[in-house]
Design a protein around this ligand. Structure first.
Ligand code: AMP
Length: 380
């Protein structure tokens, strides 16, 4: 079903991804309603027609929201299944609950990849210390323990190296299910962001290279400086995931390019992704415009990139104090740099507060300028 303007898009979640979707949707004449458990005035709420602030378990608030929207999407994946079911019972939910429920939980995500025959690191699912011991014996060291539920940006992870004591490593996971993954030696990390529409057509923005610091995305280089065969493999993996999930909307797949030259999936994000923020300034149709089109049942746009670009994340660490912005002149003075701030009231270390994108005639030029701006802002 199609929802042309001025239909109302309901968004579960109130963060920066919902904010950037709201900007695109409202520009195109749609109405946007946000449902979030954050306080009034959240990043997405600042650009929405309506903001409802309540717990995802608050059925009367959710029903009130559902009466005011035509179609619903989510800007983050950790939404309780009961809430997704309540939404799907009365309004189209895009992507659907199966895609969200599969990707919000590492065990289900890994099992999905294995069942579809999509390349990923060998893994075992465990729920106690003996399980960890046999998983480590089978997979070898190094490996990494990751909580099955609600882990992101390296949270809930523990690397097991040659001298790690397993009982000690397990102590922070006691009582939880976890996935143990073989350690991957990689040349680089890449991701593909793209969208799939209700008729099954797909468009990706290409393959980009991601550099992480403390497990959090730091820099995205677009396009990735990899062999075209790597890009081809990465896009084919994205398509296999999108089709396997019968996905509708914008989705990201994070991948490793192994030292053996193979591309394997690390993680799926059932929503726009930080590594796709460069598309706002460097692609003909950006990842939020594609999400807006797919969710509303409209045809996808041309996702191709028109200019090489580098995106740098701005974490709360750059703020001199929680309420004091840094001097933005290094970004604002550059003719091909674009500053994006997310309207978060208080900065905290490691909190994603914004990003900037630098366009260049070449990828080397964009990278050089982005790193110079990054250094001038005092990012180490
Ligand atoms: P994740 O939260 O699973 O995306 O992990 C965060 C980061 O940890 C990844 O971007 C990698 O840099 C690193 N990492 C996670 N899993 C592995 C692995 N199996 N082998 C090597 N590095 C990993």
């Amino acid at each position: 079903m199609k929802f042309p303007p001025p239909s109302t898009i309901g968004v579960l979640g109130g963060g920066q991804l919902g904010r950037m979707l709201a900007l695109e949707a409202r520009r195109a004449g749609h109405r946007v309603a946000i449902f979030t458990d954050e306080a009034q005035g959240c990043p997405a709420g600042q650009f929405a027609d309506l903001e409802i602030n309540a717990a995802y378990s608050d059925t009367s608030a959710l029903n009130n929201f559902l009466q005011q929207v035509d179609v619903v999407t989510a800007e983050f994946e950790n939404i309780p299944a009961s809430c997704l079911a309540a939404v799907e019972a009365v309004k189209p939910l895009r992507p659907g609950s199966r895609a969200l429920i599969t990707t919000q939980h590492r065990e289900r995500e890994k099992n999905f990849l294995r069942d579809q025959g999509i390349a990923c690191a060998p893994f075992r699912v465990i729920d106690d210390l003996p399980g960890l011991e046999s998983a480590v014996a089978e997979l070898g060291r190094p490996c990494v323990i990751k909580t099955a539920a609600f882990g992101y940006d390296g949270k809930g992870q523990c690397k097991v190296t040659a001298d790690t004591d397993l009982a000690e490593a397990w102590s922070s996971f006691t009582g939880q299910r976890a996935v143990v993954e073989q350690w991957v030696t990689f040349d680089c990390e890449v991701s593909v962001v793209g969208a799939r529409s209700i008729d099954g057509s797909m468009a990706t923005h290409g393959c980009v290279e991601n550099q992480h610091t403390h497990h959090i995305l730091d820099v995205t280089i677009a396009p990735a400086r990899v062999d075209p065969k790597i890009t081809e493999q990465a896009i084919a993996l994205w398509q296999a995931v999108a089709e396997g999930l019968d996905y509708v909307g914008t989705m990201a797949v994070e991948m490793f390019v192994t030292t053996a030259g193979k591309v394997i999936v690390n993680e799926i994000a059932p929503r726009p992704h930080n590594s796709g923020h460069y598309t706002i300034d460097a692609c003909r149709t950006n990842q939020f415009q594609q999400q807006h089109r797919a969710v509303c049942g409209l045809p996808l746009g041309d996702a191709s990139q028109h200019t090489p670009a580098v995106m740098v994340n701005l974490l709360g660490d750059v703020w001199p104090a929680p309420l004091v912005h840094p001097d933005w002149s290094p970004v604002l003075n550059h003719p091909r740099a674009k500053l994006h701030l997310y309207g978060k009231h208080q900065a905290r270390p490691r909190r994603k507060m914004g990003h900037f994108t630098v366009l260049g005639a070449t990828i080397d030029q964009a990278l050089q300028d982005a790193l110079a701006i990054r250094a001038a802002l005092g990012i180490g």
